[in-house]
Design a protein around this ligand. Structure first.
Ligand SMILES: NC(=O)c1ccc[n+]([C@@H]2O[C@H](COP(=O)([O-])OP(=O)(O)OC[C@H]3O[C@@H](n4cnc5c(N)ncnc54)[C@H](OP(=O)(O)O)[C@@H]3O)[C@@H](O)[C@H]2O)c1
Length: 240
């Protein structure tokens, strides 16, 4: 039974990863900020107790990341999914591109957004690299966004969130090179599509089931040859 670790598994795409991988008989390490408040995940965990284990993890707490890595020492993790993410005070679902427009930047908020979206995936990879290396599949994916692509940005705006995902892309690009070479691990960023979650909003293109089904297919097909690519949930490639 392969093992996947997912951060931000309380709701949205995070919960859907847990639902689909556990249904497929994977062993799922589901990490959530507040385990006691994760009622849907707890209910799923109770139903599939052989597959799902739930851990409290706020990804901004780097000591807690190290503690979880130590607790899970010796466990093989086939796929590490850095899913937790935030737009901070910017709300694309209600504000569209006017959220995060020029002239109103809240840099304290940006610091938190960057810590969750860019620093935490790096910290998770550093903490869990040995777990992933000892697995069969050896994959690390981070949920990025098309708005982090320079090549796709012709509209401006969304500075904080966009900047954090562009930073994440740069980090994943470097990580892909380093980990392929030294650890045989494939590390890539993935864009989930515009998905109907609290973040994506109701007008989004696809539902979480479609997004995660697509990304799981992409992940299953990943090889070291994909290092250096920025992929969408449907397998198509995005420009950096
Ligand atoms: N939906 C889209 O259209 C879309 C498009 C592009 C990229 N993405 C990316 O896809 C990922 C998932 O997005 P989503 O749409 O599922 O968003 P969402 O519905 O807003 O869910 C975000 C999840 O991240 C968790 N999270 C936030 N801060 C955290 C922290 N400090 N520690 C641990 N968990 C934390 C949240 O936990 P709580 O429940 O405790 O708040 C929640 O479970 C994100 O990285 C997002 O940037 C989404």
């Amino acid at each position: 039974m392969p093992t996947v670790l997912v951060t931000g598994a309380n709701r949205g795409l995070g919960l859907e990863w847990v639902r689909q991988y556990s249904e497929d008989n994977w062993s799922v390490i589901a990490c959530v900020r507040k385990a006691s408040a994760a009622t849907e995940l707890q209910a799923l965990g109770a139903k599939r107790s052989k597959q799902i284990e739930i851990h409290a993890l706020d990804v901004t707490d780097f000591a807690a990341i190290d503690a979880l890595a130590a607790q899970l020492k010796g466990r093989a993790i086939d796929v590490l999914i850095n899913n937790a993410g935030t737009m901070g005070a910017q709300n694309f679902a209600t504000g569209g591109l006017s959220a995060g427009r020029f002239g109103v930047s809240d840099f304290d908020d940006w610091v938190q957004v960057f810590r969750i979206n860019a620093f935490a995936p790096m910290k998770m990879a550093e903490a869990f690299v040995e777990h992933v290396e000892r697995s069969e599949q050896k994959k690390i994916v981070s949920l990025s966004s098309i708005v982090g692509s320079m090549g796709k940005n012709s509209v401006g705006g969304l500075y904080g969130y966009r900047g954090s995902k562009a930073a994440l892309n740069a980090i994943m690009h470097s990580m892909g090179i380093d980990l392929a070479r030294k650890h045989g691990i494939c590390a890539v960023p993935l864009h989930p599509g515009w998905a109907r979650t609290a973040m994506g909003g109701e007008r989004a293109d696809i539902d979480p089931v479609t997004s995660v089904t697509g990304m799981r297919k992409v992940i299953a097909a990943l090889t070291l040859e994909d290092t250096g690519r920025f992929l969408m949930y449907d397998g198509s490639e995005l420009p950096w």
